[in-house]
Design a protein around this ligand. Structure first.
Ligand code: SAH
Length: 504
């Protein structure tokens, strides 16, 4: 990753004053070790007429992953590999922005003890970044920098110079020129806009990012025509953070505008809020899809295997069609939370009779789980190490053998659509694998075949034409012929249950 800042001398200030502004001596090359890798600052040219400082960041992708900055332990083999082999060492990106703020923090703040008058003076500046990942292309680069007083030269970098037919990469070669800006302003523009163009922050967005954005955006972000895009991309489209930042920006702007503009702004904000109506979160869509599939299967006695904190159990309790709901989880802690959330201790007798929480591991057969209408495995299989999956398969499909089994799991192909998920990462630190649609289908078809079920697949969440839905669901149904043998096996138990139900 590479960025240069060049200035030329002015009557009052030789070009080498850049060394004072950056707090880095032009005669020396210096290295700084940061949590992202080593940052080098050197001056390829430095005389009174022209002075260029270069910031070179040697990203240590391996250390990034080890230190957990890359998140996502134990992903699929491909995901694991992508953490090590990626474009991070080469492209300027949000990491470069982070390095800028570490290495040039005083310059960004605009302080210089040796020459206090210097930071406030605009001077001729040229910034060059040979490979800038830019989602939105040269057009967006211009829309972001031009309103700030930069003359922008942005050329797309071809994928391969020898094969122009392959088209352009997502990188641009960027040069920015300005005469009217201070170095501190320039650095703050870069600090915010590099990650915006990269549009994939390589670390998780923390709540203090709003403060960082407002601090770096002071004086230019309120009133920027692309303020909305900048804010939401910078905060990786985290809704609550984005809204918070926007509200505070509006306040800053209102302080500087007159009343007629206030009304206009109010309308704009109202319109924005409307279009921002959030779709139901994926977890809710998943629960709705599961409940619908259970109703369709006319299931009354249901197992929620790997029930976690009991969200589905609660949803099922609301519907009287579900007469017996059993949540099973290996985690005692999850079950304690579930029990508290369901208010099991304060539940009326009738309700309490419908629900049970059991601790147990799904990789062992368990006589308590036999004879149910349906079992749900919602976002559970990916938490198991792949070699344990056959044991779960046998315990559920071979031994417990409910008439219907619903299995949901993430569709890894969709991960490219999550704005805040860096490439090649799994969605949750504890996921041992995430499957493509084809991998899931192959597994499910084989399971169905081995245990006498049919299987059908459904999308959950928006079904993207290219990469499919965020969640994939398999609906397994026990084949008729198998169902008869199952009923005779369980006859005693079933009639006992009926007696119990009658007695209640
Ligand atoms: N079904 C819930 C929770 C999914 S998280 C939902 O859809 O939101 C996965 C859950 O599976 C966790 O609660 C975890 O404790 C549980 N789990 C993982 N391995 C398990 C095992 N071998 N046996 C039982 N539960 C397991």
């Amino acid at each position: 990753m590479f960025l240069t800042v060049t200035t030329t001398g002015t009557p009052g200030s030789p070009a080498t004053d850049l060394g004072f502004l950056l707090h880095k001596h032009p005669d020396r090359s210096q290295a700084f070790s940061t949590s992202l890798g080593t940052a080098h600052v050197l001056y390829p040219e430095a005389d009174v007429r022209r002075c260029t400082a270069a910031l070179l960041l040697e990203v240590d992708a391996v250390a990034l992953v080890r230190r957990g900055k890359g998140k996502g332990r134990g992903g699929a083999p491909d995901a694991a590999l992508a953490q090590y082999v990626n474009d991070r060492p080469y492209a300027a990106s949000s990491l470069l922005a982070v390095a800028l703020s570490r290495v040039f923090s005083s310059a960004m703040r605009g302080t210089c003890h040796a020459r206090p008058e210097l930071p406030a003076q605009p001077r001729p500046l040229r910034i060059e970044i040979p490979a800038l990942p830019a989602r939105g292309g040269p057009g967006l680069v211009r829309r972001l920098f031009e309103p700030l007083g930069w003359t922008v030269t942005a050329e797309p970098v071809p994928l391969d110079a020898e094969f122009p037919a392959w088209g352009d990469s997502r990188y641009v070669r960027l040069a920015l020129d300005a005469e009217t800006l201070t170095l501190a302003q320039a650095l703050r523009h870069l600090y915010v806009l590099l990650p915006v163009l990269d549009d994939a922050k390589h670390y998780w967005v923390a709540p203090d990012e709003v403060d960082k954005l407002l601090r770096a955006g002071a004086g230019w972000l309120p009133g920027h025509p692309e303020q909305q895009l900048i804010t939401s991309r910078y905060l990786s489209r985290r809704w609550s953070l984005t809204r918070q930042a926007r509200e505070r920006l509006e306040l800053l702007r209102l302080a500087e505008t007159d009343d007629s503009e206030v009304e206009e702004l109010d309308n704009a904000v109202a319109a924005e809020t409307e279009t921002e109506e959030r779709p139901a979160p994926l977890a809710v869509q998943r629960r709705d899809a599961l409940v619908a599939a259970l109703e369709e299967a006319a299931a009354a006695r249901v197992l929620d295997l790997g029930c976690g904190q009991g969200q589905l159990v609660r949803a099922l309790l609301i519907d009287p069609r579900f007469t017996e709901i059993v949540g099973v989880d290996v985690s005692a802690r999850a079950l304690t939370i579930a029990s508290r959330r369901l208010r099991l201790d304060r539940m009326g007798e009738r309700q309490a009779a419908r629900v049970r929480l059991l601790q147990g591991s799904l990789v062992y057969t368990d006589a308590r789980l036999k004879g149910y209408d349906a079992a749900v495995l919602s976002e559970v299989i990916e938490h198991l190490d792949l070699p344990r999956l056959p044991a779960l398969e046998y315990a559920v499909f071979g031994a417990a053998r409910p008439r219907t089994v619903l299995v949901t799991t993430p569709n890894v192909e969709y991960n490219v659509r999550w704005e805040s998920l860096p490439a090649g990462h799994v969605r949750h630190g504890d996921h041992r694998f995430e499957w493509t649609r084809e991998e899931f289908r192959a597994w499910a078809a084989a399971v169905a075949e081995r245990h006498g079920y049919t299987v059908e697949f459904r999308p959950v969440g928006p079904d993207d034409p290219e990469v499919g839905p965020p969640t994939q669901m398999a609906v397994f149904r026990l084949r008729k012929s198998e169902d008869e043998t199952r009923t005779s096996d369980d006859e005693t138990r079933t009639s006992d249950d009926e007696k119990e139900a009658e007695a209640a």
